[in-house]
Structures are given as structure tokens and as C-alpha cells.
Design a protein around this ligand. Structure first.
Ligand code: ADP
Ligand code: MG
Length: 566
């Protein structure tokens, strides 16, 4: 007791705990998922350290997680031989919130429009223990410190940390003892625990044992039966990506996705599982989530954590900055390489030639995957809705793959309102003599449709692509054409069609003469506002339109630049 120190929880943590304690959240079992996931992360960390430090595992060579229910004392005990926490880490990791975005999560929970199930995504999964416990003790021993420490909280505003009077019982690692609430007794039942642990440990790469009654044995003496408990292994730790893709079911891929992305309940739109051999050997599963994250383009400097890198099944890192080009950052992947140097910093690792090769292969795979997805109309429509902007960014930024990416783009068009078209399809419908891909930019499809610029083209039966996204203006600047056909913004410059006859040209010359005085008058009147006034064949029913110069900004671009939406 002499060493006990009291600390206040950070305000946000207190707030979170109050929400958790008072929540009527039905699926309280997720606390077990969070604790198992933390234990697994901790073992990942010590195993990583052990790659370069042979002494790291000395104190406790076995890497595992054990779970024991002590019904009599209403205690649930979860122990791991992971990296452990120093006194300082206990205070910081279990008392403050490091991750940004937690406040938003709390606000959403408060307003009942967020699911507690997502807690793990916000870096506060640990606190879910208070869904089922009224008192929690965390005992931890870290290699860097001689002493073992105990963290205790009763879910009020403060917690305490003291030296463990029992000595270093753990060797190395962390033990979490939950004092189970009266109304949560089910979490002390062997059957419940057995089911839950199996569910949440399926994709954990370390053995998880439950202290439980032997399954097959039939005991005659019931007294004895209650005593015949043993550590039973709950999971098969062969990682899914090491298995033969033919033997993995869709359901398993989906569950694995939910577990490693912490996207509880979220589903992948598609995935690919492959083994690369040759220049570089690795296994990988790449997923495309069915929903894009809200902050897809915002996290410029932050780690995206969309790729988990393993080397021969040992987790190395998910801290990459721009490893995958920004426009493909929405993917989630596991990469397990056979050969990488591990005694270099993570920054250096990212530049390593093996990783550079892996990156190239992955980018190719992703583009192939998207290309395959185009064959599934429904899925591809979802894909475009979620990631269409990403692809356009790709066509702008990825010089090497521009052609490939351009093939994947889809645009609304005048051909079939409400439908999207590819550039190849557009070209296949081009009229005889048509040399350009006609596009019209604007703030929305509605706005574009009402534009007088479209009239003439439509009257002549030309198809026009509607470019209603802010990024579209940039797109056609960076990608001036496709398959040998240049884009022609119909709001710009001189519109020439290849199909005028001599007769119509003559007639037009006559019309021009007829209106020359009006033209002069307008030119003089509007001198301050326009470059020049011209008689043209651009319109059919509207009397006039303001047209941008071939090399100038369109009205839409002016709007975008002044509002800085992009
Ligand atoms: P997250 O796991 O997303 O970081 P948590 O709230 O689950 O968020 O855990 C907070 C932190 O507490 C972890 O990042 C880790 O540093 C530490 N921690 C939790 N459980 C353990 C454990 N069993 N062993 C070592 N450290 C742990
Ligand atoms: Mg966690």
C-alpha cells in the first residue's frame, strides 16, 4: 500500500467510462474481443522486439493468452505473455486517450447514433471492460523495469497504480482481472466463454487457452468431474492468408476482414487472395471495403494503417506513410513477405527494394481487381459511388497507370440518363466523322442538363459526358484525351463538328452577314466583360451563351477556384 499513487483519468476517459457504465448496450460481450485483441497486439510487439533482441523473450518464452473464470469470487482473469507495460505506460495507456476522433465518437454515442461495437476503431477498446465489470485490476510486467505494477480502477474519476506486493508473478506480460457485475454473471459461465472466445480468437495468431472442463471425459464421480479442469486450446492459429485460397470460405474472408479492420459488421465489397513468386515472394489478401472511410483524402501526414505487414507470419508494422498511392488508399490488406531486413527503422524499411517491388505488385493487383469488378454491374456501381473520385485522382496523378485507370472511369452521359458509361463505350457510339469526346462540366448534373451549350450537340445527336464533380476539371486538364480522342469541353472555344456540308456552310455565312450589326453593337456594349462576340452554330433554341476560351477557365472552374472546394 505504501507505494500506491492515485491519478485522475483524463476528462475524455471519464466521460467515456460514464457512457459505458450507464449504457444499456446489449452486446456487452465485445469487451472480450477488445481484451483478446489487446493481448494479441502486446504479443505481436514482444515478438517483433525478439527478432533483433535475443533476450527479449527470456523472462517468459511462451507466447500465449489464457482466460480463467473464477465463479466463486466473480472474477474473470485474462493473462498474456506480451510486451507488458511499464508504470508510466500503465498510467498513460490506461488513463489518457491518444487517438484523435474519440470526442466525435463520444458525441455520437451520446446522441445514440453510434454503435458501441465500433469502440475498437477509436483506440479506446480497453474501457469496454466496464460494460461488464465494476472493478478492474491490471497487473503488468515489462522487460524494461525490474518491478511489476498493479493498476486498479472502479470506474470513477481516478485510478491507482502501485508496486505489486506479490512480487513479479508474471515474468513478463499483462494480467487483467475483471470483477464481474451482478447482472453479467453469464461471463463467468464456461459455456458462454467457450463460445465467445472461439468467436473472437479465430484470427488471432497466438494460442488462446480457456481453463475449462475436459470435453470428452465422462466422470462417474461428480465431485471429481468438477475438478477435472485443464487449459483447452480455443483456436487454430494458422493465419488465413497462409491457407490455400480454395479452402477458405467467403464467410471466413468476410469475418477475417471484420476482425482485422475492426470494422465490426462492415463488409468487404470484394477481395483477392494470392501468392506472388519470382522477383519477390509474398502472400497477400487485399480487400476493397464496401464503404469508403469519410476521411479518405484528409489524412495526409498520418499513418493510414491500411496495410498490415508481416514477415514470415510475424507482425512487423502497419505504420506506412503513402506506401500505396493516395488514390488507392481505400484498400485494406495483409502482406506477408518471406524476406525483409528487420534491423532497419520502419522509415528505411518502406524504401527497401523488396518493399518497393511488393508495392508495385500490389498496385497492379488492385487495378486488376477493380477491372474484374467491372464485370459485376451492381458491385461496380457501388464501387464507383464510393471510389469514383479516387479513380479520377488516379488518372490525374498516376502517370504510369493512367491508361489502365482511365479504362475504369465511369461518367454520367446524355446517352442514357441515370446510367454511367465508360470511355470505351462512349467511343464505340461515336458518330461517323466525330473526332472528339464531348464533355460538359458543371456544378451538378441538373445544371449541366439545362445548359444551352448542350443544345446543338444534342440536336445533332452527339453524346455528351456530364462532368459534375469538382475534380473533373482537373481530370480533363491532366488527361487531355483517351485512346487517341481528345476531350472537348462544350463550354469552351470553337465547336467544330466534322459533318458540315458545303451547303450548310454557305448558309451560315449568309446568317453571319445578316447579324453583323447586332454583333458589332454587342461587342461595343459588352467590351468590359467579354473578349469577343461571335455568331456561331453552337445553339439551337437559346439566343446566346457565354463561352470560355479554349485555354481559359470555364465558368464552372471559376466557381470551383473561388470557392476552393477542391
Ligand atoms: P488500442 O488497442 O486501440 O490502442 P485500447 O483502449 O484497447 O486501444 O488500449 C489502449 C492501450 O493500452 C494499447 O494501445 C496498449 O498500449 C495498452 N494495452 C492494453 N492492453 C494491453 C495488454 N494486454 N498488454 C500491453 N499493453 C496493453
Ligand atoms: Mg485495443
Amino acid at each position: 500500500k505504501a507505494t500506491e499513487e492515485k491519478f485522475e483519468f483524463q476528462t475524455e476517459v471519464s466521460r467515456l467510462m460514464k457512457l459505458i457504465i450507464n449504457s444499456l448496450y446489449k452486446t456487452r460481450e465485445i469487451f472480450l474481443r477488445e481484451l483478446i485483441s489487446n493481448a494479441s497486439d502486446a504479443i505481436d510487439k514482444i515478438r517483433f522486439l525478439a527478432l533483433t533482441d535475443p533476450n527479449a523473450l527470456k523472462a517468459t518464452p511462451n507466447l500465449n493468452i489464457t482466460i480463467l473464470a473464477d465463479k466463486e469470487n466473480r472474477r474473470l482473469v485474462i493473462t498474456d505473455s506480451g510486451v507488458g507495460m511499464t508504470k508510466k505506460q500503465l498510467k498513460e495507456n490506461l488513463g489518457t486517450i491518444a487517438k484523435s476522433g474519440t470526442s466525435e465518437f463520444l458525441d455520437a454515442i451520446d446522441k445514440k447514433n453510434a454503435d458501441m461495437n465500433l469502440i475498437g476503431q477509436f483506440g479506446v477498446g480497453f474501457y469496454s471492460v466496464f460494460l461488464v465489470a465494476d472493478k478492474v485490476t491490471v497487473t503488468s510486467k515489462h522487460n524494461d523495469e525490474d518491478k511489476q505494477y498493479v493498476w486498479v480502477s472502479q470506474a470513477v474519476n481516478d485510478f491507482s497504480i502501485s508496486e505489486d506486493p506479490r512480487g513479479n508473478t508474471l515474468g513478463r506480460g499483462t494480467q487483467i482481472v475483471l470483477h464481474i457485475k451482478e447482472d453479467a454473471s453469464e461471463f463467468l459461465e464456461e459455456k458462454t466463454l467457450n463460445e465467445l472466445i472461439k468467436k473472437y480468437s479465430e484470427f488471432i495468431n497466438f494460442p488462446i487457452y480457456l481453463w475449462s472442463t475436459k470435453e470428452e471425459e465422462i466422470e462417474i464421480d461428480s465431485e471429481d468431474a468438477s475438478k477435472s479442469k485443464q487449459w483447452s486450446l480455443m483456436n487454430d492459429q494458422k493465419p488465413i492468408w497462409v491457407r490455400d485460397p480454395k479452402e477458405v470460405t467467403d464467410k471466413e474472408y468476410e469475418e477475417f476482414y471484420a476482425s482485422f479492420t475492426k470494422d465490426a459488421g462492415g463488409k468487404p465489397l470484394t477481395w483477392i487472395h494470392f501468392k506472388a513468386e519470382g522477383e519477390v515472394d509474398f502472400r497477400s489478401i487485399i480487400y476493397i471495403p464496401s464503404k469508403a472511410p469519410q476521411d479518405l483524402f484528409k489524412k495526409a501526414e498520418d499513418f493510414v494503417r491500411n496495410i498490415k505487414l508481416f514477415v514470415k507470419r510475424v507482425f512487423i508494422t502497419d505504420e506506412f506513410v503513402d506506401f500505396i498511392p493516395k488514390y488507392l488508399q481505400f484498400i485494406r490488406a495483409i502482406v506477408d513477405a518471406d524476406d525483409l531486413p528487420l534491423n532497419v527503422s520502419r522509415e528505411t524499411l518502406q524504401q527497401h527494394k523488396t518493399l518497393v517491388l511488393i508495392k508495385k505488385r500490389i498496385i497492379k493487383k488492385i487495378l486488376d481487381m477493380i477491372s474484374t469488378l467491372t464485370q459485376d454491374e451492381e458491385k461496380y456501381t457501388t464501387f464507383i459511388k464510393e471510389y469514383g473520385t479516387s479513380l479520377k485522382l488516379g488518372a490525374i496523378e498516376d502517370d504510369r497507370n493512367r491508361k489502365k485507370v482511365a479504362k475504369l472511369l465511369r461518367f454520367p452521359s446524355s446517352y442514357k440518363p441515370g446510367n454511367l458509361t465508360s470511355l470505351d463505350e462512349y467511343i464505340s457510339r461515336m458518330k461517323k466523322g466525330q473526332t472528339k469526346i464531348y464533355v460538359m462540366t458543371g456544378g451538378s448534373i441538373e445544371e449541366i442538363k439545362q445548359s444551352p451549350f448542350l443544345e446543338r450537340l444534342q440536336a445533332r445527336g452527339y453524346e455528351v459526358l456530364y462532368l459534375a464533380e469538382p475534380i473533373d476539371e482537373m481530370l480533363i486538364q491532366h488527361m487531355p484525351g483517351y485512346d487517341g480522342k481528345t476531350f472537348q469541353n462544350v463550354a469552351k472555344g470553337d465547336l467544330k463538328f466534322g459533318d458540315e456540308t458545303d451547303e450548310s456552310k454557305e448558309e451560315f455565312e449568309k446568317t453571319k452577314l445578316e447579324f453583323v450589326r447586332l454583333q458589332d453593337w454587342m461587342q461595343a456594349t459588352l467590351i468590359e466583360f467579354v473578349e469577343k462576340v461571335e455568331i456561331s452554330k453552337r445553339l439551337t433554341s437559346s439566343p446566346c451563351a457565354i463561352v470560355a476560351q479554349e485555354w481559359g477557365w470555364t465558368g464552372n472552374m471559376e466557381k470551383i477556384m473561388s470557392s476552393q472546394t477542391f
